[in-house]
Design a protein around this ligand. Structure first.
Ligand SMILES: Nc1ncnc2c1ncn2[C@@H]1O[C@H](COP(=O)(O)OP(=O)(O)OP(=O)(O)O)[C@@H](O)[C@H]1O
Ligand SMILES: [Mg+2]
Length: 264
């Protein structure tokens, strides 16, 4: 479903601020793979997702999505095949629009202009059904402005919107990191459910090693712009936090103390 070959990105090349962010990443995801991504601060996790989404042009390498070379497509052109949820709950939804309007926007994604924005009763009922599965009481608040929702409610809604039209690939970048622990757990549980139900191919960045082990069928660890550990299936389910810590220590030596991955 996704193939990265030699994906390379250096920011501010040729300046004093030169930053190699990805150093020739090779990665292949089969359809239905749910891959959790961990790694220290600045390891290149967000850049990896951004390169797949087309936020920045590639220096080198190619990206293939579902058999199509998307390396030269714009972020906008790639968007219709991708679902994305970011750390910031404000980012995925429009605050001054109603819940139902946000959902209608997500449903019409990639269908171009000129469509009616009116929502039929059937459509509203369908949204209410979907919202009820979030178990956050949003099904009775279809006409509420999204700006009135809590961060957790907004992230849950964003996740629903990102998966309403089954994306070829779901990209989650620490999408629960800004939430309180209880809400984060709920949104994470919802994530597992949605991914499984639609069999979505997924890359989920997290700095929580327990979550990285518990969710998904495969785990990769990044360090200094590349994948340094890739484990799946039974081997992954048998992993312990201690194993990951040891791996992390092997590669990063003395840089451990301040890392969010360890602080969480
Ligand atoms: N837009 C940008 N401009 C310049 N440098 C960038 C940009 N985005 C990322 N970088 C740099 O690239 C490197 C990788 O950053 P990235 O955000 O991918 O790390 P990360 O693994 O997501 O880290 P974190 O856990 O802190 O979110 C870092 O050195 C970072 O400073
Ligand atoms: Mg990041």
């Amino acid at each position: 479903m996704l193939t990265l070959r030699n994906v390379t990105k250096t920011f501010n090349r040729g300046t004093v601020n030169e930053k190699p962010a990805l150093t020739g990443v090779n990665l292949h995801l089969a359809a239905g793979d749910f891959v959790t991504v961990i790694g220290g601060n600045g390891a290149g996790k967000s850049t990896l997702l951004n390169m797949i989404a087309g936020v920045f042009p590639l220096d080198l390498g190619t990206i293939e999505l579902d058999g199509e070379d998307v390396s030269r497509l714009s972020e906008h052109q790639r968007a219709k095949n991708l679902g994305r949820v970011f750390q910031d709950p404000m980012r995925g939804t429009a605050a001054d629009m109603q819940i139902v309007e946000n959902l209608a926007l997500a449903r019409r994604r990639g269908e171009g202009r000129g469509l009616s924005w009116g929502t039929s009763r059937e459509e509203r009922e369908e949204y209410a059904r979907q919202l009820a599965t979030l178990d956050l009481g949003l099904e009775s608040r279809l006409s509420s402005k999204v700006g009135l929702l809590s961060g957790g409610q907004r992230q849950a809604l964003t996740l629903l919107m990102a998966t309403l039209k089954k994306p070829k690939l779901l990209l989650l970048d620490e999408h629960t990191a800004a939430l309180d622990p209880k809400t984060a757990a709920k949104v994470l549980e919802l994530t597992g459910r949605v991914v499984e139900e639609h069999r979505l191919t997924t890359l989920m960045v997290t700095h929580n090693m327990n979550d990285a082990i518990r969710l998904g069928n495969r785990l990769i660890m990044m360090h200094e712009g590349n994948v340094i550990f890739d484990v799946s299936g039974d081997k992954k389910s048998q992993l312990r936090v201690g194993d990951l810590l040891q791996k992390f220590e092997e590669v990063s030596g003395g840089e451990l103390a301040n890392d969010r991955m360890l602080l969480s």
